[in-house]
Design a binder for this molecule. Sequence first.
Ligand SMILES: [Zn+2]
Length: 402
Amino acid sequence: MQRLQAYRFELQPNGKQQRQMRRFAGSCRFVYNKALALQQERHKAGEKNLGYAALCKALTEWKAQPQTLWLSETPSQTLQQALKNLERAYKNFFEKRADFPRFKKKGMGDSFRYPQGVKLDQGNSRVFLPKLGWLRYRNSRGVLGEVKNATVSHSCGKWFVSIQTEREVDQPLPQGEAVGIDMGIARFATLSDGSYLDPLNSFKKHQQRLARYQRAMSRKVKFSNNWKKAKTNVQRIHTRIANARKDFLHKASCQISQNHAMIAIEDLRIRNMSKSARGNSEQHGKMVKQKSGLNRSILDQGWFEFRRQLEYKSAWNGGFVVAVPPQYTSQTCPCCGHVSKDNRQTQARFECVDCGFEENADLVGAINILARGHRVLACGETVQSGRSVKQEPAEATQAIAA
Ligand SMILES: [Zn+2]
């Protein structure tokens, strides 16, 4: 089977390369925003959205215009990739996976992508990127496979390259048995075999310090030197939180996917759950405070990212993930099948009002999820989320808008 894998390294560019990379990222942002504005204009005029090919044609015209002549200093292929990104953003919006595409701001996810032309010289810890030449990078691990494309990104004052490779690997034999996982707040994940993972509240731990730095930043004069210093502190904490979380999720998903042939999880619509609890102007939200607390916990623990990792890592290990409908998994008795709210007297304890079966509530959830996973398979039902599984580490850094 074909295995795609991404490797992320910190780049060590020289001054000229840094200036060029800033320009490339800026040009890509410009093209993205200009194309988005064009699409919005057309929409207002009642015209159809332009496809990728038509946008590329528009790009060629922009490059020939005297006021945007500087666009031709950036590799065409990276500019075209910016248009590809916009196309994907629209697609995600139409398929209800994301909000409407927004204009990009400087300093928020500055990046550009090379679809080809990337060369890797691991022996000398350097990578060749078109129009930038050879760049040194912090060679922290070996890269396997054929280099397909590379994305360069800027975060917290550093430049990173994410190199995606492809290689042929033997179809691995699945290891272990089937398992159900219940995701929770008190326990991050409870497995149907009785084991569980504690939550990582990295965000909570750092929250107070983050709030202090944010307050300090708000007191400074915007764009002053002290403001910039305060902003760096805020960004550093965000990065630290993101890294701790990434590390935790990777370890957890590795361990579970390596030891289980089938993993059943709840098909939680995390995007809906983490939507603003505040409601909108017409409809005031209910339980705003409770919900925002829960939402923060969910996001804090990265359930969505965890599931994504489980999906691709299981595939790497020959196993698979099955998502099951989440209704009543916490209220159904695994012993007699009785479904009742009363089975859950407290958040932590399950006690069946019919047969008296008693167990930890999260474990009951996991057992029910596993049973449901078997049923979904047996009936040939598919509960697919419809997302394609991206086999690469998502950029876990948060940038703050200036
Ligand atoms: Zn029962």
